[in-house]
Ligand binder design. Structure first.
Ligand code: MRU
Length: 354
């Protein structure tokens, strides 16, 4: 399985996802500013992968801090974390990963030296990375167990190895389900405007020899109406404590269509995507991106008049009543989500061995 993010020992090695599938290009980044730009410009994307990359970025931002005042060390660490968090506002994994590091090193403030605290930052970043690999595998197994034999699945955006530290979330379920003979076919939404479905999910499925067909986003309703879809599985960028799901723009439309056609609509995500601080969809910050993503294909080929006014929200929010279950590493959470997310929270499998 391909790795979207790797730590080389001195830098972060990323697949530049903006040029896939035309080219498989790696880039090595050794500054926090480089990490910020890579996240903002979507060289790396997908909620868990963004969190992992930012975690290494925080180490890059602090590794040369002079060995003098611990107070200044912590002030700088906090400021660097807030800077990285600003790269993309919707995926809460970014905040979660950075906060996990801040909390982890603060606990050690009294008995570690500054060089040791820096090593601790890196060790927690690596633990977050390893941990995501295990979470993805567990999500894959819990989700595959739900699927009937010969399932035809529709998915949106990219939620696979390119988006995480492991096999993926929604796509992880498809990988495990396929290995178990349960997934027969996958419909891949192209996912306008950035085309993560067409460019990345189709590419991943092709590598794995899983039968799929690419469809444009506006074909999804018709494909459902024709009886070709047994389940829809998507990922998430932020899930509120009461089960509102922010995910790639177009997810909400799929959920409404799924309800109309009586097709189960599943969301797959690790607990690092659940924002236990907030309730209700309106409290989720929705990233708006450059209009050229809508006016041009891949920021290159114009498909609208230059300067056409546009609106480009990168995510939408699906209310809980459209969701059959949220598939996590701790198991399958059914409604009522607020009570059940809390119950499963206790059972989540964090394996930090720092
Ligand atoms: O804008 P992107 O490509 O970062 O958006 C990605 C998604 O919306 C994914 O569905 C989500 O991050 C889940 S990744 C396992």
């Amino acid at each position: 399985m391909i790795s979207a993010v790797e730590w080389t020992g001195t830098s972060v090695r990323l697949i530049n996802q903006t040029v896939l599938p035309a080219r498989l290009e790696y880039e090595e980044i050794s500054t926090i500013e480089g990490i910020f730009d890579a996240i903002k410009n979507m060289h790396v994307r997908g909620a868990p992968a963004i969190g992992i990359t930012a975690a290494y970025g925080l180490y890059l931002g602090i590794k040369d801090f002079p060995d003098n005042s611990k107070e200044n060390f912590f002030k700088t660490l906090e400021a660097q974390a807030r800077y990285l968090e600003g790269a993309r506002p919707t995926a809460v994994n970014l905040h979660w990963a950075l906060q996990t590091i801040l909390d982890g090193v603060k606990q050690e403030a009294n008995h570690l030296t500054i060089p040791q605290l820096k090593e601790r930052v890196l060790a927690i970043a690596q633990a977050i990375h390893d941990d995501d690999r295990r979470r993805c595998q567990a999500i894959g197994e819990h989700g595959a167990a739900l699927l009937p034999l010969q399932s035809r699945i529709l998915t949106h955006c990219n939620t696979g190895a390119l988006a995480t530290g492991g096999i993926g979330t929604a796509l992880g379920i498809i990988y495990v389900g396929f290995q178990q003979g349960k997934v027969q076919h996958v419909y891949v939404d192209e996912t306008r405007p950035v085309l993560q479905g067409a460019r990345l999910t189709a590419w991943e499925l092709q590598q794995a020899n899983i039968p799929y067909q690419l469809i444009t986003d506006n074909m999804a309703g018709w494909v459902m109406q024709q009886g070709l879809v047994d389940a829809i599985i998507v990922g998430a960028d932020r899930i509120t404590r009461d089960g509102f799901v922010a995910n790639k723009i177009g997810t909400y439309s799929l959920a409404v269509l799924a309800r109309h056609h009586n097709i189960p609509f599943y969301v797959a995500a690790p607990f690092s995507t659940i924002d236990t601080q907030i309730r209700g969809g309106e409290s989720i910050p929705i990233e708006e991106r450059d209009c050229n993503e809508v006016r041009k294909i891949l920021n290159q080929f114009p498909i609208a008049p230059e300067n056409a006014p546009c609106y480009n929200p990168a995510f939408d929010v699906t209310p809980p009543h459209f969701i059959k279950a949220i598939i996590t590493e701790a198991g399958v959470i059914e409604p009522p989500f607020e009570a059940n997310i809390q119950k499963f929270y206790q059972k989540q499998t964090i394996h930090f061995t720092v």
